[in-house]
Design a protein around this ligand. Structure first.
Ligand code: SF4
Length: 566
C-alpha cells in the first residue's frame, strides 16, 4: 500500500461532485468521445465510453478516430422491473442502442452502442419510467442484488424491501446526476457548492463496493462474491435477520500474483433493524482503510487481508456500531445458479424462469426472442426479475394466465430451458469483445461455439443433462464470476484461456487453474478425459466440481480461518 493517491483520486476530488467537464464534452460536436477524466466520472452516472474494437485498426489506418460509443447500465435493485418498464427499456434499446437488451451478471440491463449525441436522451428516458442509472458503475455502492427466490414469497418480499431501503440509505447525494441528465434548463454554475456526500466524501470510495442479499437455500446471487454479503436467516418461516460476510470479489490482474479472487467470510449476525447502520459503517471502514494509491489492491478483500484479517475487520466494524454483533446463525445453501420452469410461491402466484443465453435479447434471422419477451410484457400483469445468471423470471402470474405465457414462450423459442443441456442452461459469460476495453479474448461471442463442442463430449459419456456450471470471462477481471464455477475459461489472449476447475454447486468454494493460457484443442482434450473419469468414477449424486476437488485434479484454495466467538 502506498500513501500516494492515484491520479483518479484527484480527478474525483476535483470534479465538483462528479461534474467534471461532462456537460461540455457531450456538447462538443467535433468528436464522438469525451475527455479521459470525464470517462472516469461518467461511470458514476451509469455509463462507460467504449469503442468498437472490431474496426479499431481499420479506422486507425483510415486516420479516423475510434468508433466511440457508450454503454449505459441501469441500477435495478433486485433486478425487478414492471411490464411497462420492460416495454420502455425495449423501446429505448430500439431507438438508441445496438445489439438489443443485455441482462448482466448483476441483475440489471445494460445497453451498448449508444452515440454521444443520444446519451442524455437515453438516460433521461430511463428516468422517465421510474428507473435510474445513478451509481450503476464507478467507485460507489453498485446495484444491490437479491435472490429471486420465488418459492418463499413472504421472505422474498421482506428481503427485497430491505434491498430497496439499503439502496436509498447508501445512495450518492450529488445533484450532478439531475443536472446532467434530467434538468431541462441551464445548469446553475454554483449548484455544486450546495452538494455534500456525508457517507462518501468528495473522492467517493476507492473502488466499487457490492452488497447482495441471498435467501437460503438459494445462493443464486453468489453471496460470497460480494464485498459485503448478506444471508437472510429464516427462523420459523420468518426473517430473523442477516448473517454478514465481507471480503468477496472476483477480480484479478493478469500476471500479478499479488491479486486474487476471494470469497467473503462470516463475521456476525444482525437483526433487520441493525442492517442499515451495519452497511453504512462497513462503507466507512472501507473508506477509511481502503488503498487509494493502487486500484489493483483497493477492494475490501485486500483491506481485510492486509490489515490482520477477519478479527481486525470485525473489530473495526464493531467499534463503529451502536450494538454488539451477534455470532452468525445456521443456514444452508443447496445450490447457486437458477432453477428453470414454473414454480408456485406461497401467495399462490406462479413464477416462470427462462434461460437467456448470455442475457442477450436480440432478434436475428434465426430467432426473435426479444420480440417474444416484448409480447409477454404486453400481456403480463406481474413484474420481471432479472437474475445474476443472466436469466429472467416472469413473476407473479395467475394460474389463468400461465397458458398464454407458455404459448408465447414456445412461439418465440424462449422455452429452450425444457430441452437445453444442463451445461448450456447454466452457462454465463461477460460481454468482452468487441466493446469491453479490457477484453483480452472473446467471451459472449465464443460461448455458443465452445458450448456446442463441450456438449459433444458430454453426450459421449451420457452427461448432457448433468447440471454443470460453466462460466466464461474475456479477461481476469472475472465479471461472469468464473472463479466460483465448476468449469471456467478466463481469457488471456485472443483464442487463449486459463481452464479453471473445481468450484462447487453452492458458491462456497473457489476453483483453481488446471491449464494455463491454453487453446481450444487442449481445453477440449482435457475436458474429454475428465468427463470420462467423472462418468466412471463419480459417487452417487456427486457434482462435477466436487468430483474434481475430491480426486485432487486441482486443489482449490482455502478460505480465511473462521472467526471464534466468545
Ligand atoms: Fe470486460 Fe474482462 Fe469484465 Fe469480460 S471480465 S466484461 S472482458 S472486464
Amino acid at each position: 500500500m502506498t500513501d500516494k493517491l492515484s491520479a483518479l483520486e484527484h480527478i474525483k476530488a476535483d470534479s465538483r461532485y462528479l461534474r467534471g467537464t461532462i456537460a461540455e464534452g457531450l456538447a462538443d460536436p467535433l468528436t464522438g468521445a469525451i475527455s479521459d477524466p470525464d470517462t472516469k466520472l461518467l461511470k458514476f452516472h451509469g455509463s462507460y465510453m467504449q469503442d468498437n474494437r472490431d474496426i479499431r485498426d481499420e479506422r486507425r489506418k483510415q486516420k479516423l478516430e475510434p468508433d466511440y460509443q457508450f454503454m449505459v447500465r441501469l441500477r435495478l435493485p433486485g433486478g425487478v422491473l414492471t411490464a411497462p418498464q420492460w416495454l420502455a427499456m425495449d423501446e429505448l434499446a430500439e431507438r438508441y442502442a445496438e445489439r438489443g437488451l443485455r441482462i448482466t451478471t448483476r441483475q440489471t440491463f445494460q445497453f451498448h452502442g449508444i452515440r454521444k449525441e443520444h446519451l442524455r436522451d437515453m438516460i433521461h428516458g430511463i428516468n422517465d419510467c421510474g428507473l435510474s442509472t445513478r451509481a450503476a458503475c464507478g467507485d460507489d455502492t453498485r446495484n444491490v442484488i437479491t435472490s429471486v427466490n420465488p418459492e418463499i414469497s413472504s421472505v422474498y418480499d421482506e428481503v427485497f424491501g430491505w434491498a430497496l431501503k439499503l439502496k436509498d440509505h447508501v445512495a450518492t447525494q450529488t445533484s450532478a446526476y439531475e443536472e446532467l441528465w434530467l434538468n431541462d434548463g441551464p445548469a446553475d454554475p454554483d449548484a455544486w457548492k450546495k452538494d455534500a456526500e456525508p457517507l462518501y466524501g468528495k473522492a467517493y470510495l476507492n473502488r466499487k463496493y457490492k452488497f447482495g442479499f441471498a435467501i437460503p437455500p438459494n445462493n443464486d446471487i453468489d453471496v460470497f462474491n460480494q464485498d459485503f454479503g448478506l444471508i437472510a436467516i429464516i427462523e420459523d418461516g420468518k426473517l430473523a435477520g442477516f448473517n454478514i460476510a465481507p471480503g468477496g470479489s472476483m477480480g484479478t490482474t493478469a500476471g500479478d500474483p499479488s491479486t486474487y479472487p476471494s470469497l467473503g467470510d462470516l463475521i456476525g449476525f444482525v437483526t433487520p433493524d441493525q442492517l442499515l447502520e451495519t452497511c453504512w459503517q462497513s462503507i466507512v471502514v472501507q473508506g477509511t482503510f481502503g488503498d487509494r494509491g493502487d486500484r489493483k489492491h483497493a477492494r475490501l478483500k485486500y483491506t481485510i487481508d492486509r490489515n490482520g484479517g477477519l478479527p481486525w475487520y470485525r473489530d473495526q466494524l464493531q467499534s463503529r456500531l451502536s450494538f454488539k454483533l451477534a455470532p452468525p446463525r445456521p443456514y444452508h445453501f443447496t445450490h447457486n445458479g437458477d432453477r428453470f420452469g414454473w414454480v408456485q410461491g406461497e401467495h399462490g402466484k406462479w413464477h416462470l424462469t427462462l434461460s437467456i443465453q448470455s442475457g442477450r435479447l436480440l432478434d436475428d434471422a434465426t430467432q426473435k426472442r426479444r420480440t417474444g419477451m416484448r409480447e409477454i410484457a404486453r400481456i403480463h400483469k406481474g413484474n420481471f426479475r432479472l437474475t445474476c445468471d443472466q436469466n429472467v423470471v416472469i413473476a407473479g402470474v395467475d394460474e389463468a394466465d400461465k397458458a398464454a405465457i407458455d404459448a408465447l414462450a414456445a412461439q418465440y423459442q424462449l422455452d429452450e430451458y425444457k430441452t437445453a443441456s444442463g451445461i448450456r442452461k447454466h452457462a454465463i459469460s461477460c460481454v468482452a469483445l468487441p466493446t469491453c476495453g479490457l477484453a483480452m479474448a472473446e467471451s459472449e461471442r465464443y460461448l455458443p461455439t465452445i458450448l456446442t463442442k463441450m456438449e459433444v463430449l458430454l453426450a459421449k459419456y451420457d452427461l448432457l443433462q448433468e447440471d454443470i456450471h460453466f462460466r466464461m470471462s474475456g479477461c481476469p477481471n472475472g465479471c461472469s464470476r468464473p472463479y466460483i464455477s465448476e468449469i471456467a475459461l478466463v481469457g488471456r489472449a485472443i483464442g487463449r484461456y486459463d481452464l479453471r476447475l473445481g468450484g462447487d454447486h453452492a458458491g462456497e468454494r473457489l476453483n483453481a487453474v488446471y491449464l494455463e493460457n491454453t487453446d481450444e484443442e487442449h481445453i477440449l482434450t482435457a475436458l474429454d478425459e475428465l468427463f470420462g473419469r467423472f462418468a466412471a468414477e463419480r459417487e452417487p449424486g456427486e457434482h462435477f466440481g466436487d468430483f474434481i476437488a475430491r480426486v485432487g485434479v486441482v486443489v482449490p484454495p482455502a478460505r480465511r480461518p473462521a472467526l471464534e466467538y466468545a
